[in-house]
Design a protein around this ligand. Structure first.
Ligand code: ATP
Length: 268
């Protein structure tokens, strides 16, 4: 049987399978994370979200299945090659450089992208590059609301501020699609709301695509346009947050009665 697929501007995964020895961690996952849409990937602990994420970023090679970026097959490309195409990611554990200032951390987001094109550009940087980096760092700091933190060092910042720096660094990289792995972990309620507003701004003002793996259901339900739900490695549901919150399948596997009621309340 042959299916005709329309080209997706952004990230697409088709029928991903990942086996670890006898364990099938992901079993037939397909998803789309196009530009201009905030896409969520949710499910219980151990459902296969991070593994799916790693196959999308290139950190893990699927046992079978295909990953496409802007319509090109990137399944066999390493993460840096995908980054050059416009795919950026953050990690569950923050990886900021505490001895550098926030500005220098943000600069690295863009410098890494430029150097990826040619290693010589790290050694012999052009004046044009320096101006480009400064401009992008400042734009990213602005959209993430951290302009006043640029001269501080991450070691002196709160978890919430560090999360914003981490987001700003990947935004400075000027990627077209961002993979965000539990970006709100460690944030309090107010910080999570602010974080969600920034993600929406990136979607609306910059037309980025975002694929978000996140356990905070209030955040997921309030900011995502579309959700995929995994359970025991299998895709069990996809749809808008309202459809997910109303789904009996998702309620049984993941949200529970209380979680589904909370989700519907967030959406009301
Ligand atoms: N490198 C690995 N080797 C063996 N098993 C693994 C490996 N990575 C993940 N797994 C297993 O694959 C399954 C899916 O794990 P994964 O981390 O993708 O789930 P998750 O949905 O991200 O979970 P969480 O919400 O707890 O982060 C789990 O059973 C996990 O133990």
């Amino acid at each position: 049987m042959s299916a005709v697929h329309a080209r997706v501007e952004g990230l697409e995964a088709r029928n991903l399978v990942m086996r670890f020895g006898g364990l099938v961690a992901v079993d037939g996952m397909s998803l789309q994370a196009p530009r201009g849409r905030l896409t969520g990937l949710i499910g219980p602990n151990g459902a296969g979200k991070t593994t799916t994420f790693n196959m999308c970023s290139g950190l893990a090679r699927p046992t079978s299945g295909t990953v496409l970026f802007d319509g090109s097959d990137v399944t066999h490309e390493p993460p840096h090659a995908r980054a050059l195409r416009g795919l950026g990611r953050t990690f569950q554990r923050m990886e900021l450089f505490d001895s550098l200032t926030v500005r220098e951390n943000l600069d690295l987001g863009r410098e890494a992208g430029l150097a990826g094109g040619s290693p010589w550009r790290l050694v012999v940087s052009r004046p044009r590059d320096a101006a480009d980096i400064r401009r992008r760092t400042e734009r990213a700091a602005e959209v993430c609301g951290i302009v006043d933190l640029l001269d501080r060092v991450p070691a002196d910042l709160s978890t919430g501020q560090r999360r914003l720096v981490e987001l700003a660094r990947v935004v400075a990289g000027e990627f077209s699609v961002l993979l965000l792995d539990e970006p709100s972990s460690g944030l309090d309620g107010r910080e999570t709301t602010e974080f969600g507003a920034i993600l929406r701004r990136l979607i609306v003002e910059r037309s980025l695509g975002i694929l978000l793996v996140e356990h905070d259901m209030a955040l997921v339900m309030s900011v995502c346009d579309y959700l995929y739900v995994l359970d025991f490695g299998r895709p069990i549901f996809e749809g808008t947050p309202a459809e997910v919150a109303a789904s009996d399948v998702v309620r049984a596997a993941y949200l529970g009665a209380d979680g589904a009621a909370d989700a519907l309340e967030v959406l009301a």
